[in-house]
Design a protein. Structure first.
Length: 251
């Protein structure tokens, strides 16, 4: 946060970031407990234990890590922009790898048992989310980390990139809620209405994911938490721009 920012604003910001981390980590732990305790744990053998890798990887990668990758711009306000950009890209890469592992796990599991692919609303929404996530990552790389386009195009794409990031987080949480309901219907359809512990645990997980999404949307959209423009970095980038694209005074 900015040095001059009022103390109370910095404290509120710190508390909200802390809360988001507690809620996000609790979601990951609860998913692991759900799959570990109620569904026999994890393995990579095509069985139901391999399916269990799917929810864990999706919640960890596409929700928790994706949220944190976005948050680095708000948290590290005094670090050089280049460093924050690289950190943003690395956390996103980690999120992408973990999500792909989670996706392979469920397709593998379906193949072992001859279960049809891509028939449910959850699978459609989930696939759309992952495809947009991959696109967003590649475009982010080409536009910002190793820019191959003009600074005008970059400036044009930036708000789209920021908006898509938030949409992706919302889509990932929405898809996970659908996945949670589907898993409950498969595993405890006859006892869900009796408020059995597994059903309650899964409901709490869903609520935590929604809370994580709300906290993230608030932290990311609030104007006063945004990274203030750094005159030094701005002038450096203008200098770089005039060197690479030619300024009105250059030949
Ligand atoms: C953003 C997170 C998620 C994404 C992108 C996602 C994506 C997908 C996709 C594409 C499939 C279809 C696989 C196939 O047809 O072979 C699938 C299956 C499944 N997922 Fe997820 N998933 C996510 C989170 C979750 C969570 C948290 C659960 C909770 C347990 C879950 C439960 C299931 C279940 C039960 C299936 C098998 C039935 C079906 O194909 O719909 N998913 N998921």
């Amino acid at each position: 946060m900015e040095e001059s920012a009022p103390r109370s604003r910095r404290i509120t910001f710190g508390c909200l970031v802390g809360a988001s981390q507690v809620v996000g980590l609790a979601s990951v732990v609860l998913t692991a407990v759900w799959m570990g305790h109620y569904h026999g744990g994890f393995a990579w053998d095509g069985t139901a234990k391999e399916f269990n890798v799917h929810p864990l990887c999706m919640v960890l990668g596409l929700i928790f890590l994706q949220g944190d990758a976005i948050l680095v711009y708000r948290v590290f306000q005094n670090e050089p922009k280049k460093v924050v950009k690289v950190l943003h890209g690395i956390i996103h890469l980690l999120a992408l790898i973990i999500s792909i592992v989670g996706m392979v796990a469920v397709f593998d599991f379906h193949r072992t048992y001859g279960i049809p692919d891509m028939y449910s609303l959850h699978s459609w929404c989930g696939m759309v989310t992952l495809v947009i996530f991959c696109l967003q990552w590649v475009l982010g790389l080409l536009f910002f980390l190793f820019p191959v386009v003009s600074s005008q195009l970059r400036a044009l794409y930036l708000p789209i990139h920021v908006f898509s990031g938030l949409v992706l987080l919302v889509l990932a949480i929405g898809s996970s809620l659908l996945g949670i309901v589907e898993k409950l219907l498969f595993s405890i359809m006859s006892t869900y209405s009796k408020r059995v512990p597994e059903g309650i645990l899964a409901n709490v997980l869903g609520i935590l994911l929604v809370c994580f999404g709300v906290l993230m949307c608030y932290l990311i959209s609030k104007e006063e938490y945004k990274r203030p423009p750094n005159p030094e970095e701005e002038s450096l980038s203008i200098h770089f721009k005039s060197l690479t694209e030619g300024s009105p005074t250059s030949p």
